[in-house]
Design a protein around this ligand. Structure first.
Ligand SMILES: NC(=O)NCCC[C@H](N)C(=O)O
Length: 407
């Protein structure tokens, strides 16, 4: 097995040492009511306030001893190499499916006049049609038909949910295949960072999955429960096929011995497993009440070509056996009250991020759930999130842990 990389995640709760974020930028100012649904938003955030809130989130993590890295900075470092810049620009235009060769060529030429920082900015916030200087060419039908749509390169307003495009499992990295096309390009950025940024030490870091694969897997569904067990939600975003493939690779190439496939209802309100269930301490989880009875759990272990599958009766039993614990505690959001829980789950009360065992970050707006977590012995650090929450994600969604202390 390869050894010597920087990445190391063997639990959900070990002290957080390094994390990858994206500070919301101009891409959020390119959301319009017309395209909200397509871009997976429910409302239009106020960017300045959102950035303040995001800085507050980052500050809590640095205050707790974690190094904070930003997508935009790691990618910019990589693009300082001229050849990599060139290949990135070509891949960027290719993945956007613009569909007219001359136009694509013009956009590539334009982007190659930009500095690495400017290219990163355009790659994330999009290329508005008005920003492209006139290219000498005959107009194509696309110019007329798609006139209403204002971008050659779409903005990526969901990039601040860094949890989803990539996941560190053990000492390796899964570059995920997004189910939603609005988010596909995010994974390509991570691939460049993994391959070329020395921090990721790509040569010595195994890659478990790639965004070019056929079956979707999104990071919000992957919970690294221990150095031997991973839970993966089968959801609106993560396919059963993807889970099987990733599981078998982990069994063959890492220390992981068991994958719990947790099928949750396929609906936007519970888009990923971490929107209804997160780990908060050695033996404690927070859960959206009622979901325990609507999930089915399958234990996957190493098979000859594909994993062996054993259905397990309850989520609770699967966790106890996987973690080797006599008992676990499921702490219900909204103190178990159906209306409070539904309201607070929508605002990501269940989507907590542990910075150490029993110490979690949550949004301050979820008052009842936060108080109930405290009553159950959890230290809750609250952050502002009135604007951040409008993209439908909480502290766990907004972070991609790179290194945690071993338990
Ligand atoms: N892990 C997560 O649940 N991430 C939240 C992603 C929200 C984003 N608007 C999306 O729909 O993909």
């Amino acid at each position: 097995m390869l050894n010597g990389g920087f990445l190391n995640i063997t639990s959900e709760i070990g002290k957080l040492k390094a994390v990858l974020l994206h500070r919301p930028g101009r891409e959020l100012e390119r959301l319009t009511p017309q395209y909200l649904q397509e871009l997976l938003f429910d409302d239009i955030p106020w960017l300045n306030r959102m950035r303040q809130e995001h800085d507050g989130f980052a500050k809590v993590m640095t205050g707790r001893g974690a190094d904070v890295y930003y997508y935009e900075e790691l990618l910019e470092e990589v693009l300082k190499n001229k050849d990599i810049h060139e290949s990135f620009v070509e891949d960027l235009v290719k993945i956007c499916n613009i569909g007219n060769e001359l136009l694509e060529k013009g956009i590539i030429e334009y982007l190659l006049t930009k500095t690495p920082a400017e290219t990163v900015e355009i790659a994330i916030s999009g290329l508005h049609k008005d920003d492209l200087p006139e290219i000498k060419r005959e107009p194509c039908l696309l110019d007329y038909i798609k006139q209403e749509y204002r971008f050659y390169i779409n903005p990526l307003p969901n990039l601040y949910f860094t949890r989803d495009p990539g996941t560190v499992i053990g000492q390796g990295l899964s570059i995920n295949k997004m189910e939603m096309s609005a988010r596909n390009r995010e994974t390509m950025f991570l691939r460049y960072i993994y391959k070329y940024n020395p921090l990721f030490n790509g040569k010595n870091t195994p890659q478990w999955y790639d965004y070019n694969e056929k079956h979707s897997i999104e990071g919000g569904d992957i919970l690294v429960l221990s150095d031997k067990v991973v839970a993966i939600g089968c959801s609106e975003r993560t396919s059963a096929n993807g889970i099987e493939i990733l599981a078998q690779r982990l069994f063959e190439n890492s220390n992981i011995e068991k994958v719990l496939a947790v099928k949750i209802p396929f609906t936007r309100a519970y888009m990923h497993l971490d929107t209804v269930f997160t780990m908060v301490d050695y033996d404690k989880f927070t859960i959206y009440p009622g979901i325990e009875d609507r999930v089915s759990v399958y234990e996957l272990t190493k098979g000859r070509k594909m994993p062996k599958i054993t259905p397990i009766d309850t989520l609770e039993n699967s966790l106890k056996s996987a973690l080797g614990l006599p008992a676990i505690k499921l702490i219900k959001t909204g103190r178990g009250d159906a209306i409070t829980a539904a309201r607070e789950q929508w605002n990501d009360a269940t989507n907590t991020l542990a910075v150490a065992p029993g110490v979690i970050i949550t949004y301050n707006r979820n008052e009842i759930s936060n108080e109930y977590l405290r009553n159950n012995g959890i230290e809750v650090i609250e952050i502002e999130g009135s604007e951040l929450v409008r993209g439908r994600g909480g502290p766990r969604c907004m972070s991609m842990p790179l290194v945690r202390e071993e338990l």
